[in-house]
Design a protein around this ligand. Sequence first.
Ligand SMILES: Cc1cc2nc3c(=O)[nH]c(=O)nc-3n(C[C@H](O)[C@H](O)[C@H](O)COP(=O)(O)O)c2cc1C
Length: 93
Amino acid sequence: MNFENAKISIFYGSQTGNAQDLAERMWRESKRFYFQSSVKALDDYNVAEIVDERCALFVCSTTGQGEEPDNMKMFWKFLLKKNLPGDLLHNLK
Ligand SMILES: Cc1cc2nc3c(=O)[nH]c(=O)nc-3n(C[C@H](O)[C@H](O)[C@H](O)COP(=O)(O)O)c2cc1C
């Protein structure tokens, strides 16, 4: 298969590094197949760009009492906003 130049964004939320390790492994693997890929913590991402994403992988752990890791708290809060348009992620696989 040839995925050359296909864009894929890989995001992680990770408290102690396991989800981050996995996301980075997926990123390295995606490079082997010539994806145009990126990997970053969810809170390092400018959420305004999400409307332009077409394909994304989210690798997130839970911590505490099933809570989101610290480095995805802003993103999680954003996703839970009541006034987000219902079709916000319509084009996102
Ligand atoms: C303090 C603590 C709390 C945890 N709480 C949960 C939890 O509520 N639900 C769950 O499924 N796993 C829980 N886990 C397991 C973690 O999700 C698991 O260890 C995961 O691999 C951690 O990934 P990370 O290193 O990316 O944060 C917890 C682990 C720790 C250390």
